[in-house]
Design a protein around this ligand. Structure first.
Ligand code: ZN
Length: 454
């Protein structure tokens, strides 16, 4: 039995100074007669929060050119070090292939390697005669959310197929997400730049302007409007895209909105870095102008954003990002962020823009509720998994790539001075991380998730 004492515990009725008890991996009521061998953990000066959930990661993902720098081992270790105890990663269907085969392949890759718990969304890349039946298989296997890409030639789903996915998955009570950038807009933008000899990484954001996102959000929500699914706009980055969401919500419709630290903590000045440095920030959608960054920040403050995830998709600067040295469109897209999500959002708590409860909702409760893991995850209620972050709000430190657990040779936030840190992290009652050191690796388990109708 374990008792975490002296901390400020996030309970169902707010934050209070309290003890938190766990036994055999679960949160328990304070026992009347604690056993003699009870272990105590002193959380003095810290918040005691439910483990964070990163609902958007790409680990161990391979394409025809390269593979992500983080596999399940390094990615989930880095997650844990930042207070994240569960990741929802993307399994991706092969074109013409089966969802069951895809899930099996991704399960095999992750098995036995994860340091935090994990689950999968399924990215559907085409709609074939097996897909409808396979959606049911996915729900049975604990995959209750799907994603479609509206951009990327090898992955994108046409409107008709996306409409089918929304209606069939909606009927099963599932969430359907979309990567909202219109493929044709992106391709046109990239071609125009390259034709004019604009090949450096600084042209990446200009090739996919805000309008490309807003048009896609608008089309996605229009299709979603005709189904029962809960649409999920992943990694929103613009105020123009957000305007489409506001319009949809004003009609009384629900939509789940996610953004990522790169869209509220950085702006497009990063693309003006000298030489090829801007390549470190090539991700899609791109990092936007200060105006859009501020819009994302106020949307978080105003409660219009539901979830903060990372879209962690990591590539090394040397040897991977430089594949696109002479052509920005060949730079592998994605940023390493899985380790630093909480501390970057904590900056907003520190500035008084959001409170600790909202911080927790964005990082843990909302992903757990909307992706079918609540109350097993995302709360410190009796009976929940004892996934616990001991969060030290006063720890000052500097983000440095050479001190991180992520397997990249850079950090997008290199040199940034931050405040707040996971002092210790428990996964199902086991102390896995403390004082900057991983104490346990590889004990993460697969977490099946429920759809809204069972
Ligand atoms: Zn993604």
């Amino acid at each position: 039995m374990l008792c975490i004492k002296n901390g400020r515990v996030l309970t169902d009725c707010g934050i209070k100074r309290d003890e938190l008890w766990t036994n055999e991996g679960l949160i328990i009521e304070k026992p009347e007669y604690p056993p003699e061998n009870t272990r105590f953990y002193d959380a003095e000066d810290c918040f005691v929060l439910p483990g964070f959930i990163d609902a958007h990661t790409h680990l161990e993902m391979t394409n025809s050119i390269t593979a992500t720098a983080d596999d399940y081992a390094s990615g989930t270790a880095a997650a844990l070090a930042g207070g994240t105890t569960t990741v929802i990663d993307f399994a991706t269907q092969d074109r013409g292939g089966s969802l069951n085969e895809a899930l099996e392949a991704w399960m095999d890759r992750a098995e036995g390697k994860c340091s935090c718990d994990y689950a999968f969304h399924m990215a559907v890349t085409d709609w074939n005669n097996r897909t409808k039946a396979e959606l049911r298989d996915m729900v049975k296997a604990g995959v209750s959310s799907f994603k479609a890409y509206m951009a990327y030639r090898d992955l994108m789903l046409g409107d008709e197929a996306l409409a089918r996915l929304l209606s069939e998955a909606g009927a099963l009570g599932c969430v359907v997400g979309a990567h909202c950038e219109l493929g044709e807009g992106v391709e046109r933008g990239v071609k125009n730049c390259l034709n004019e000899g604009k090949t450096g990484p600084g042209y990446h954001p200009l090739s996919r302007p805000p309008r490309v996102e807003a048009d896609a959000v608008s089309r996605f929500l229009e299709l979603a409007d005709r189904s029962d699914s809960l649409p999920w706009v992943v990694h929103l980055s613009t105020s123009t895209g957000f305007d489409e969401i506001k319009r949809f919500r004003e009609k009384g419709k629900s939509v789940l909105v996610e953004t990522c630290p790169q869209y509220f903590s950085l702006n497009d000045e990063v693309y003006s870095l000298p030489g090829f440095e801007g390549a470190k920030y090539v991700c899609s959608p791109p990092i936007r102008s200060e105006e859009h960054r501020q819009a994302m920040e106020s949307a978080i403050t105003n409660g219009d954003i539901d979830i903060i995830s990372t879209d962690h998709c990591s590539y090394r600067y040397r040897g991977q990002k430089d594949i696109g040295k002479n052509d920005f469109s060949r730079i592998p897209n994605g940023l390493p962020g899985i380790e630093h999500r909480a501390v970057l959002l904590w900056e907003m708590v520190e500035r008084g823009e959001i409170g600790v409860e909202r911080f927790y909702e964005l990082l843990a409760k909302n992903p757990a509720v909307n992706f079918g893991m609540y109350p097993r995850k995302g709360t410190l209620s009796v009976g929940s998994d004892a996934d616990i972050v001991i969060w030290d709000p006063d720890c000052m430190w500097t983000i440095r790539a050479d001190e991180q657990f992520m397997n990249t040779d850079y950090s997008p936030w290199e040199g940034r001075q931050v405040k707040g840190k996971a002092r210790a992290v428990f996964l199902r009652g086991v102390l896995c991380f403390e004082g900057g050191r991983l104490l346990q690796r590889g004990i993460g388990r697969y977490i099946p998730r429920k759809s809204r109708i069972g």
